[in-house]
Design a binder for this molecule. Structure first.
Ligand code: ATP
Ligand code: MG
Length: 268
């Protein structure tokens, strides 16, 4: 994962940026109208770790993810990826950063009209990967997520869990350095959820991928996270290991991890 193809790009190394950190979020603020959604978020994501972000519905988890991939611009604050500031960067620098990301959205987000082969090939074709290389890569990526001989099938012919795996195969086919998973286990049965959790860890261990997992599911967070960050009322109120969050003596955190106050119907 070199930086060889970054020539002619005006990118700015940030003073004080640490190379142990894949992503640094510094004092990120974002409001929509009167509603302050993010109020000074500081969060580091270390290389090749799995960081789970938890928090109630509406707390701003997806808004953070959208900042990371450049879909939303902050009101103030900065996002630094590999020491390079993403915020306010020029087009070319932004593109070199967004290329590092693979995203598994909630729901598998496969294209219904395409078969699985074309779905998995999609990102590679956009990157201009030659067809013979794609033909080798597609079965390999499907194999990586435990799927075989389904290239000709349409997404609608697969179970939800298989669709999720196929979506993951499509994301990893472009060899992302950073994977973003938005609610990967929501709406799938526990067995499939366990398999998705194992895949997240496999992606870390096999490819050294840095992963950010947004989840409501504490069990999934305990199984996958190297560290957990909790978002509440626009701020990060906890970061630490699964062991540390189990011990953490704060009422809001306790309520959430013990499942007393979470779920789609709870509001701030
Ligand atoms: N584009 C937007 N315009 C206006 N408000 C927005 C926009 N995007 C998000 N919001 C608001 O920001 C808040 C946080 O939304 P977000 O989608 O990040 O929540 P979340 O933590 O991901 O919730 P969930 O767990 O339900 O997915 C919500 O109040 C939402 O209505
Ligand atoms: Mg969300």
């Amino acid at each position: 994962m070199g930086t060889g193809n970054f020539k002619a790009i005006n990118y700015r190394f940030c003073p004080g940026a640490s190379m142990d950190k894949k992503i640094e979020i510094r004092n990120l603020n974002k409001s929509f109208g009167e509603k302050k959604v993010l109020q000074g978020i500081d969060l580091d994501v270390y290389r090749s770790e799995v960081l789970c972000i938890i928090g109630k519905s509406g707390s701003g988890k997806s808004v953070i993810m959208k900042h990371l991939v450049g879909i939303i611009e902050p009101d103030s604050g900065e996002i630094i990826v590999d020491g390079v500031s993403f915020t306010g960067a020029d087009e070319a620098a932004r593109e070199s950063i967004t290329k590092k990301y693979g995203i598994l959205f909630q729901g598998a987000a496969l294209f219904d009209s395409m078969n699985i082969y074309d779905n998995v090939a999609f990102g590679m074709r956009r990157k201009g990967v030659p067809e013979d290389e794609i033909a080798r890569a597609v079965p390999e990526m499907l194999g990586q997520v435990g799927l075989k001989d389904i290239e000709e099938k349409k997404p609608s012919e697969l179970s939800g869990g298989m669709q999720k795996r196929a979506g993951l195969a499509r994301s990893i086919a472009i060899r992302p350095e950073i994977m973003i998973y938005d609610e990967p286990t929501t709406g799938v049965d526990p067995i499939t959820g366990g398999a998705v959790d194992r895949l997240i860890l496999e992606m870390r261990d096999t490819y050294g991928i840095t992963s950010i997992v947004v989840t409501h599911d504490m069990n999934s967070a305990y199984r996958t996270a190297d560290r957990i960050a909790m978002l509440h009322q626009g701020k990060i109120i906890f970061t630490g290991t699964p062991e540390e969050i189990k011990q953490y003596d704060n009422e809001v955190v306790r309520q959430f991890v013990e499942g007393r106050a979470h779920g789609p119907i709870s509001i701030d």
